[in-house]
Design a protein around this ligand. Sequence first.
Ligand code: SAH
Length: 481
Amino acid sequence: MRYFPLFLDLRDRLVVIVGGGTIAERKLALVAESGARLKVVAPTLTAALQAAREAGRLEHVPRQFEAHDLEGARLVIAATSDRVVNAGVARAAEQRGIIANVVDDLELSTGILPAIIDRSPIVVAVSTGGTAPVLARRIRAQLETVVDESLGRFAAFAAAWRSRIRTAIPDLSARRRFYDWLLDGPVAALVRHARPAAAAELIASELARYSHPSAASTQDKRCGSVALVGAGPGDPGLLTLKALRALQGADVVLHDRLVSHEVLLLARREADLIEVGKTGHGHSVAQQQIHQLMLEHALAGRRVVRLKGGDPFVFGRGGEELEFLRAHGIPYEVVPGVTAALACASYAGIPLTHRDHSGSVRLLTAHCRESLDTTDWRGLAAARETLAVYMGVAMLAQLRTELIRHGRDPATPIAFIENGSRPEQRVVVGTLAQIEQLAADHAVRSPALLIVGEVAGLATQLHWFGAPPESGAAVAARNAA
Ligand code: SAH
């Protein structure tokens, strides 16, 4: 190991930066996070550095570097484009025993700056020994995706309890077990869920149990949890970072049929993947059974991810599942996903609202007769309204009849988006009057989303993903040929 990693306490210590250009600007922003006193030696400054000087965030020495500028400094960063100047800085630093970092010059540097993941007080620093900064940045980016933003908050929380934990649990191995529980269990979840008061209450009551002699044995029972996670429409790139982290921490994944294979590949290797999917119409595993599975695995102490296509709260029965979990006292969280309406619209080039064409969007399902019977048709038939219809392929005739009867123009554009966001995506465009004919002629299959509204017509110009939109005219021509 050529470079020894070390974290410096720079608060109120002097750091000198030589150079006043954009590189100096970037290094200064980084070092400023440490609370150091900053001195910039440079004949001229960029506008941003000038602003920082005016705000009193740095001291400016407006001339070329001189060795005595380093008096009292802990660290110097040479960020000029002139190697002779940089070498002078390095020499002056060496004579005074000050660590010098010379930007992009390993030979002149006695210290190198790592790539940093800041979840203060937790900081992860990555170095490739200066050999491959690009690689270090890549590793940093990967770590950023897996290290939860709340980790810093949790570390600060744990630190505040440290001495009380030590007093309450003098035995070292019992204390280790307690820390495992703290990290994996409900306290960390509460901190993550921005509920510090509830977290404090829980940890206090757990610690209180240690003053009873029989308490330590009950400590080992672990309580599982369920995360209701939106998997998006298929393209794994549309997962949220939180969804990815949940998948990577899962013991069991209970997923719908609709969830794409590519998304499932991102689950932790050791996780059990159980399909409980629905196909759109018939339910292959009844909702009751899904509830039982969630309960069983959570009670066994597992981290369960209930993975649903799109967003769990949009036609996903997520609400019912939470009610069930709540009734059984199972801790849960919800991670939203990109719902089919948003994804299909984007990937088909259909802006859901548009200043010229549409001022509002409604998400509805035409899944069965009842879901359409209870609908406010007059509202749905209003012009300049975009309708995103889920599970719509079955009830098209009724949808068209009612919309037109309540005043929607039969020439209103519509688009079917089948397999939105997936490589096999198909978009079929036409008019409201032709709706069933289009679905039949183009053999539109589930999963497909129907968009009704003036904006649907824009797909013809704005499409960018997958095959270009098919239209009624194309089919007529193909049939004639
Ligand atoms: N919770 C899901 C919706 C579940 S209902 C969400 O938020 O997207 C299932 C319906 O969603 C399907 O019948 C279809 O209308 C729509 N759907 C889901 N994924 C889709 C996709 N990739 N392309 C087109 N429609 C999709």
